[in-house]
Design a protein around this ligand. Structure first.
Ligand SMILES: NC(=O)C1=CN([C@@H]2O[C@H](COP(=O)(O)OP(=O)(O)OC[C@H]3O[C@@H](n4cnc5c(N)ncnc54)[C@H](O)[C@@H]3O)[C@@H](O)[C@H]2O)C=CC1
Ligand SMILES: CC(=O)C(=O)O
Ligand SMILES: [Mg+2]
Length: 653
């Protein structure tokens, strides 16, 4: 190994060093991870090129979704790769392929068929899939994400054709690391996983819930440019309590009731530990769509030990608070001047309430007073100590001592909230009477119907405007078409955590953060709120347009990267001088690369600035002493490792 790497150092010609790099890639994955951390620009194209021009030839080149370019292979490439004749003779540019794909999708009437088309495209030509998605976010996000992904999960038995990601079941307990080792990609940086118990507002969908981590990670790449090979979706199948699924012949998961209690907790413990053993301590672990009894406690248990966050609690909080911040510019009321009421008192509601209270504290209010202005109403009525069973533990900060109230309309009339936020999974729960009452409570009522998918939204955008005489500030978790009211068109915003988690992930990955402190979510909220223009507000939108999501995600990523150093959670040292350029260097390029042998279009060979051979030898020796140890058994070691690797690469590049 050492001689190979040393040869790499001494090698003056890129072409030759690539061959050596190839040997290293194949044989020493840990080195590759170190290499790609410090030379993000060098891959995937270059590493991919090394692979493809040396290993993959012929039909395999077309079958591999990462390498396939369909009819975009040039004649020279077809000849060089041994695929001449395997494709129709016409050569079509990537741009034209995107246009053709668009035409193909538009032919389908049903959104589920569009979803299936896009899944197949992702399975056969990854770069085309991501360029199509990134260039048409507003059009295709509702297909790969909410609302259609909800339908796809409900029909997952029909949709599931080719495996994507890992399925780890409760019966794999004791062997989870072995299963992770079956995933051949060594450079995974982000894992999004679910146990399928609360899929959107659709309830327990068991293993059918796999569509959610797959969809979330597609947005990691399409919106923030996290490289697709660095993303891994995982379904943790512990059974399902959904009787319909247990009887569904198409069901693809374990046919048993959910395992709960100690056995479940031990399973999740083992999973978290296996992930960092396989991929390193700073692997991003995103909890998605866990049910209320597990979501909060698991976050509390792991948040200081792993690079982890719960998207439904923290990502949702961040996007909702950004919306509330932007809304202050319309209502002319500070956050602390509002009475906020939630329908639903679960993960999303509590996440938003906690972060809103923090934002009010930053406006100069005490935490207790801030919490006092936030009310919650769940399936059993208003959260008050006087109701039967009292205030549930998970929402104890927001319980009041007033008389019990089981009628939501009456509660809205009595409490007179100025902001009403729906996270209840109950479609249509904001009835015309509730909305009219909001219109009476204040001049510019803020109304968020955040439950997903569309069928679960607490009200439609149309209903919100009609019942408040067009005075409301509205946002919804799933998209609604523009509303015509009283001769004016309103383009409402999508209050969805998709504005937050992709940028959060890119920032965290680029700095190798080992934990994600809560203040990062407030920072992300502020960054997002600052993106909202006066022209957006005039149209009725408190979020930037979906087509700006790539720019938004990048700006959030840079803000997160900055915070990562300030909060001492970054592990990439020394801090890059130009953080924005550093973050950019991690972004995936969905443009096809040329697969011609490098002498056609080789970049100039790097000038190796090695002072003396002895110097390089000693540096390398030091690095490999550290590499031989587990990658990140403690933070000091990570820092030391990072520093040494950086020294080596600064010599190399
Ligand atoms: N827009 C976004 O970015 C996000 C939206 N959500 C959506 O929010 C909804 C809730 O998610 P979680 O809080 O994670 O679920 P959860 O299960 O933790 O909480 C649901 C809450 O709704 C309450 N509820 C149920 N039926 C009710 C009824 N008839 N009346 C009043 N309250 C009722 C429950 O008591 C519970 O407090 C889901 O539909 C989900 O899709 C969640 C995360 C992000
Ligand atoms: C958007 C999201 O994370 C949810 O509805 O669960
Ligand atoms: Mg979710």
């Amino acid at each position: 190994m050492f001689s190979n790497i040393f040869r790499l150092f001494l090698c003056k010609k890129v072409k030759k060093s690539n061959k050596i790099l190839l040997e290293i890639i194949v044989n020493y994955p840990r080195f590759v991870r170190a290499f790609t951390i410090y030379c993000p620009n060098y891959q995937p194209e270059d590493v991919e090129h090394v692979y493809c021009s040396n290993l993959v030839r012929g039909i395999d080149h077309i079958k591999d979704p990462r390498l396939n370019k369909g009819l975009a292979f040039t004649l020279k490439e077809r000849q060089a790769l041994g695929i001449h004749g395997l494709l129709a003779s016409k050569i079509i540019s990537q741009e034209d392929q995107v246009g053709i794909a668009r035409l193909s999708i538009d032919r389908y009437k049903s959104n589920l068929n569009k979803y299936i088309f896009l899944t197949e495209l992702q399975d056969t030509n990854e770069k085309l899939f991501f360029s199509l998605l990134a260039d048409n976010i507003e059009k295709y996000m509702p297909i790969v994400y909410t609302p259609t992904v909800g339908l796809a999960c409900q029909r997952f038995g029909l949709v599931y054709k080719r495996p994507r990601g890992l399925f780890i079941t409760i019966h794999d307990k004791g062997h989870i690391l072995k299963i992770l080792n079956n995933w051949t990609e060594n450079d995974v940086r982000a894992i999004c996983f679910t146990d399928g118990e609360r899929i959107l507002g659709l309830g327990d969908l068991g293993a059918y819930g796999m569509g959610i981590p797959v969809g979330k990670l597609s947005l990691y790449t399409a919106l923030a440019g996290v490289k697709p090979h660095q993303c891994l979706p995982i379904m943790l199948d512990v059974g399902t309590d959904n009787q319909t699924l247990l009887e569904d012949p198409l069901y693809i998961g374990l046919r048993q009731k959910r395992v709960r209690g100690q056995q479940y907790n031990d399973f999740i413990d083992e999973f978290m530990e296996a992930c960092v053993t396989r991929y390193g301590k700073n692997t991003l672990l995103q909890f998605e769509d866990f049910a209320l009894p597990n979501a909060g406690p698991l976050l509390a248990k792991y948040r200081d030990r792993y690079c982890t966050f719960n998207d439904d609690i923290q990502g949702t909080a961040s996007v909702a608070v950004a919306g509330l911040m932007a809304a202050t510019r319309v209502t002319k009321k500070k956050m602390k001047e509002n009475i906020i009421m939630f329908l639903g008192a679960g993960s999303a509601a509590n996440g938003i309430a906690d972060l809103t209270a923090q934002a009010m504290v930053e406006e100069g209010m005490s935490l207790k007073d801030a919490q006092g202005q936030i009310y919650m109403f769940d399936v059993d009525g208003l959260l008050t100590s006087k109701r039967e069973g009292g205030v549930p533990e998970h929402a104890k900060n927001f319980g009041k001592d007033c008389e019990p109230e089981k009628n939501f309309e009456s509660a809205v009339a009595k409490i007179k909230p100025t902001c009403l936020i729906g996270c209840s999974t109950v479609g249509g729960a904001f009835t015309p009477n509730v909305l009219k009452q909001m219109g009476q409570n204040t001049e510019r009522p803020v109304i968020f119907a955040l439950s997903n998918p569309t069928s679960k939204a607490e009200c439609t955008a149309q209903a919100a405007y009609e019942n408040t005489e067009g005075r409301c500030v509205f946002a919804s978790g799933s998209p609604f078409p523009p509303v015509q009211y009283n001769g004016k068109q309103y383009k409402t915003g999508q209050g969805n955590n998709a504005y937050i988690f992709p940028g959060m992930a890119l920032g965290v990955i680029a700095t190798g953060a080992h934990t994600i402190p809560e203040t990062m979510f407030l920072g992300a909220a502020r960054t997002l709120a600052n993106f909202v223009l006066e022209s957006d507000l005039e149209k009725g939108r408190i979020y930037p347009s979906l087509n700006q999501l790539r720019e938004v995600s990048f700006t959030i990523a840079v803000a997160i990267a900055e915070m990562s150093y300030k909060l001492d959670t970054a592990t990439i040292f020394p801090k890059p001088k130009d953080l924005s350029a550093w973050v950019k260097s991690h972004i995936y390029n969905s443009t096809y690369s040329s697969y011609l042998p490098r002498f056609y279009d080789y970049p100039p060979a790097p000038d190796i600035k090695m002072k003396t051979i002895e110097e390089a030898y000693h540096t390398l020796k030091l690095v490999f002493t550290i590499i031989r140890r587990p990658l990140s058994d403690n933070r000091a070691n990570v820092k030391k490792f990072s520093l040494c690797t950086r020294i080596v690469f600064s010599i190399l590049i």
